[in-house]
Design a protein around this ligand. Structure first.
Ligand code: SF4
Length: 402
């Protein structure tokens, strides 16, 4: 037997579906694929109601065994036809959890595999997963256990250099007690060094360790903040990014969570266009920044884990620095641009409410993730939008931190 290390953040290990209490359950508003064995099980079921619902609402695609059919959602409510009046699943209720399709039995769980390691995740498009990540201070404590399997996983071993960079970045997000932007600035500094020495193999490791220790010291002493505040804001870049992302997200095809996201997006449009219609880009961005400083910063100071958990999880979810053909700075640019957009939604929300509620942050993050990260295609399209705004080089991401 082979030993496989299972690694997962604490909130992933402890996850339980909220069931009928879920504010935006996943059985609606997007494509639900049904694999071939499940399709046959339902259309031939001895349970008459299941058989009838399947016959009427499973549309054959036969794209692959995994995507044999898809569920036709109710055109009025967008709900899965197997949901009963209490929003409970007829299949699970009558045939048991083992009868669920692969999609239904695994969501929101995801797994990434390396030869001797399996890493468990949750998609944050599930509001309960997002809530647990943001509300539980220890949500990102990493847990590990060993399981025995007949064979190693088929995927290659994890790249040690990439793994080290990912660990350094995650730890940099925890250092110091200042604004999270200081930590992000430290991360970008580390990545610049990592890109410079990446081809030096083992010799690069002591250099990176030394840089990491210096950055932690600079975060603890407040020096990192002083350095970050020397960056000249590029409000044109910030404004073009916001406009492009707003336009892109407004024109996404209707899907689950879009209504929730639009509430916050409309708030951003109101805060930037209606309340500051005569201002130029610099004026609009300054107004948003003022709201962030006045309402959100003090609120976050009482919940210092909240955005740190989110960003540490984004790194974990992306397997940062990713080894995907893009440079480390290109990959961090995407995460910083997303973060800038989320911050803008939060700041705009604070204008209307003169403050922010934890539910707002959960709703902003889960609805955004549902629209942009739910499938690899959606993530790719979203990242293409960000690429269109970049000016000069990848270091222009620093302008999103001031
Ligand atoms: S979105 Fe999450 S909490 Fe809601 S029903 Fe689906 S798995 Fe459960």
């Amino acid at each position: 037997m082979k030993e496989i290390l299972v690694t997962e953040p604490a909130f992933v290990a402890a996850f339980q579906c909220a069931g009928s209490a879920c504010p935006d359950h996943c059985c609606k508003g997007w494509r639900i694929d049904i694999d071939k064995p499940t399709y046959n099980k339902y259309v031939k079921s001895k349970h008459i109601a299941i058989k009838e619902i399947a016959a009427e609402n499973l549309l054959l695609d036969k794209t692959s065994h995994a995507k044999w059919a898809r569920v036709k959602l109710n055109p009025t409510t967008g709900n899965c036809p197997f949901l009963d009046a209490e929003r409970l699943c007829e299949v699970q209720k009558n045939l048991g959890a083992q009868a669920l399709s692969h999609t239904c039995s695994t969501y929101p769980r995801q797994q990434r595999q390396f030869r001797n390691e399996s890493q468990n995740m949750l998609t944050l498009s599930c509001p309960e997963a997002a809530r647990n990540l943001l509300m539980q201070p220890d949500a990102m404590d990493i847990q590990q256990r060993v399981v025995l399997k007949a064979e190693f996983n088929k995927q290659p071993q994890q790249d040690q250099f990439q793994q080290l960079i990912g660990l350094f970045c995650s730890h940099l997000l925890l250092a110091g007690e200042g604004a999270i932007e200081d930590n992000l600035y430290a991360m970008v500094t580390l990545l610049m060094m990592a890109e410079k020495v990446a081809d030096q193999g083992e010799a690069a490791v002591p250099l990176l360790e030394q840089t990491f220790v210096q950055l932690v010291d600079a975060l603890n002493s407040g020096e990192m903040r002083q350095q970050r505040l020397q960056i000249k804001p590029d409000t044109d870049l910030q404004w073009s990014l916001l406009l492009r992302l707003q336009n892109y997200l407004k024109t996404r095809p209707a899907m689950r969570s879009q209504g929730v996201h639009n509430l916050f997006l409309n708030g951003l449009v109101h805060a930037t266009f209606n309340l500051h219609q005569d201002d130029d880009a610099a004026g609009k961005m300054a107004a948003l920044g003022k709201n962030w400083d006045a309402y959100i910063q003090p609120w976050l100071a009482e919940r210092p884990w909240m955005l740190r958990n989110y960003l540490r999880y984004r790194l974990w979810q992306a397997d940062f620095p990713q080894n995907n053909g893009r440079s480390m700075l290109q990959n961090i640019y995407l995460i910083l641009a997303e973060f800038f957009y989320l911050k803008s939604l939060m700041a705009a929300q604070a204008v209307m409410k003169q403050g922010i509620h934890p539910d707002d942050v959960v709703n902003i993050i889960y609805s955004f993730q549902a629209l942009t990260q739910h499938t690899p295609e959606a993530a790719l399209r979203f990242h293409e939008e960000i690429d269109k705004v970049k000016v000069a080089d990848d270091l222009s991401c620093l302008h999103l931190l001031v």
